[in-house]
Design a protein around this ligand. Structure first.
Ligand SMILES: [Zn+2]
Length: 126
C-alpha cells in the first residue's frame, strides 16, 4: 500500500494524461494497486465526465466503503444519490420514447403514455 502522499502524487500523474481513456486506465491500475478511496473517487470523476455512469456508480460505492472519514463517506453518499438520479432520468427518457410501453387508443390508434386517462387526439377515455 502506498502512503497518502505517494497516492496523491500518482493520482495527479494519472490525471495529467491528455487522453481520457488513458487517464481512466491509469487510475484503474492505481486503484488495483492501492485499493484507496481517493483513487476510486478520482476515477468516478473521469467516468462520470464521459457518461459512463454505471461504472462511476460502482467506484463511488467503493469509495464510500473505503473512506475512513465520515465526511468523505457523506460526500460519496451524496455523489451516489446524484449519479443514481442521473441514471434514473436517462432510463425514464428512454422509456417515454419507446412506443411499446405506451397505451394504444382503441378508437384512433394514437399512442399515449401508459398512465394517460384520456386519448390526446380523440379524447376517448382510456
Ligand atoms: Zn384516440
Amino acid at each position: 500500500m502506498l502512503g497518502w502522499k505517494a497516492t496523491n502524487r500518482e493520482i495527479r500523474r494519472c490525471k495529467s494524461i491528455s487522453e481520457v481513456d488513458e487517464r481512466i486506465n491509469c487510475l484503474e491500475k492505481l486503484f488495483t494497486r492501492t485499493n484507496d478511496g481517493m483513487v476510486a473517487f478520482a476515477l468516478t470523476e473521469e467516468l462520470e465526465s464521459c457518461g459512463k455512469l454505471l461504472e462511476a456508480l460502482q467506484y463511488f460505492e467503493k469509495a464510500e466503503r473505503l473512506f475512513p472519514l465520515t465526511y468523505y463517506k457523506y460526500m460519496a453518499g451524496r455523489a451516489i444519490a446524484r449519479v443514481k438520479n442521473k441514471l434514473f432520468v436517462e432510463q425514464s427518457d428512454i422509456k417515454s420514447r419507446s412506443v411499446s410501453n405506451g397505451l394504444k387508443c382503441p378508437k384512433c390508434g394514437a399512442i399515449m403514455p401508459q398512465d394517460a386517462k384520456y386519448c390526446g387526439f380523440c379524447g376517448l377515455k382510456l
